[in-house]
Design a protein around this ligand. Structure first.
Ligand code: TYM
Length: 335
């Protein structure tokens, strides 16, 4: 079992990243270790370049994300924690796989369509090609499992297709098709202002997301002001199926508390959001406050975080080298 996943350092880390990805990673760490497997988590700084970002912001975010991962419980002794740039094999494999992936496959990627919007001609080639780099990120390590939020599932299906086509074209069994592991508790956390949209780093409204860096007051206030409806909660989760805002808040509560959504709805059955929201705010402050404090402490100690990333990158590079070489040789390149 080898588990690999990453986060783009493009903006504020938020509750969706935490519940959909990082919390899952932390929860799996012991299990992977017990199974004699490996977990590898990285900051996808090369992916960060696909949309314009100030160099200083990219640099600062890289430290902040590493700090957030460690503060959330990713233990650099048990997991390999690194940044993509320091393992050049990601870029090298990505170029090789560019020749396996088909334009038609990339044309189907919904994230590109969403992000490029109407301005397709003006989007960077990197934004278009991004899923091939993402495939390289996981195929490079023969990842068996990739824990991600639901929005990344399509990219992982592409990675599986690329692996299968490579193996078939070259008549080898070299690239391993990874399984996406989508969090059951929090596959898609939605915006607090409009539950038809996912919570994202790029939403211009800060009130739409809980940032991991938010102070206690900001967390409480954002939940207090979160969009809801005047109805009471109902008896079970199914009662909320046409009430996306209500369902989103219940999902967040349950995921933070490690409880089932039915259990949470049952506890607040018949009550309105006037009672539910303060309880959710208290829970979020209790769970996220200590992570934020540790994150702030670590972010201030850049040399310590840098040393962790450097050591992790060295370990990752050692694991990556043999597969890259075998791919190059299989393709007929002189190495
Ligand atoms: P990114 O940086 O957008 O998000 C990091 C992780 O957080 C999850 N996520 C969410 N989960 C639930 N609800 C949400 N609202 C929400 N928003 C984000 C994402 O699904 C993701 O798991 N392409 C990736 C980064 C990446 C990667 C990889 C991931 C690069 N290479 C290789 C896995 C394997 C991305 O942009 O994630």
């Amino acid at each position: 079992m080898r588990v690999v996943s990453g986060i783009k350092p493009t903006g504020n880390l938020h509750l969706g990243n935490y519940l959909g990805a990082i919390k899952q990673w932390v929860g799996m760490q012991a299990q992977i270790e017990a199974a004699g497997g490996e977990s590898m988590y990285f900051i996808a700084d090369l992916h960060g370049l696909t949309e314009w970002i100030e160099p200083r912001a990219l640099h600062a975010n890289t430290f902040e994300i590493a700090a957030a991962m460690i503060a959330s419980g990713i233990d650099p002794k048990r997991s390999i924690l690194f940044n993509q740039t320091r393992v050049p094999a990601h870029s090298e494999l990505s170029w090789l796989l560019n020749n396996v992936a088909r334009v038609g496959w990339l044309n189907r990627m919904t994230q590109f369509k969403d992000k490029a919007g109407k301005n397709r001609e003006g989007a960077s080639v990197g934004l278009y090609d991004y899923p091939v780099l993402m495939a390289a990120d996981v195929l490079l390590y023969s990842a068996t499992h990739v824990p991600v939020g639901e929005d990344q599932k399509q990219h992982l299906e592409l990675a599986r297709d690329i692996a299968a086509k490579f193996n078939q074209d070259y008549d080898v069994e070299l690239l391993v098709q990874p399984e996406p592991l989508v969090s059951k508790a929090a596959p898609r956390i939605m915006s607090l202002r409009d539950a038809t949209q996912k919570m994202s780093k790029s939403n211009p409204s800060d009130a739409a997301r809980i940032n991991l860096i938010d102070d206690d007051d900001a967390i409480a206030q954002k939940f207090r002001k979160a969009k809801t409806d005047p109805e009471p909660l109902g008896e079970k989760l199914d009662d909320l199926k046409d009430r996306p805002e209500a369902k989103n808040l219940v999902t967040i509560f349950a995921a933070l508390a490690d409880r089932t959504t039915d259990d949470v709805v049952a506890e607040y059955a018949g009550q309105g959001f006037g009672a539910f929201k303060p309880a959710l705010a208290d829970l979020a402050v209790a769970k996220l406050g200590p992570i934020r404090d540790e994150m702030v402490r670590l972010t201030a100690d850049r040399p310590a975080v840098d040393a962790i990333l450097r050591e992790g990158s060295n370990r990752a590079a050692t694991l990556a080298a043999p597969l890259l070489r075998r791919v190059q040789e299989t393709m007929g390149l002189l190495v």
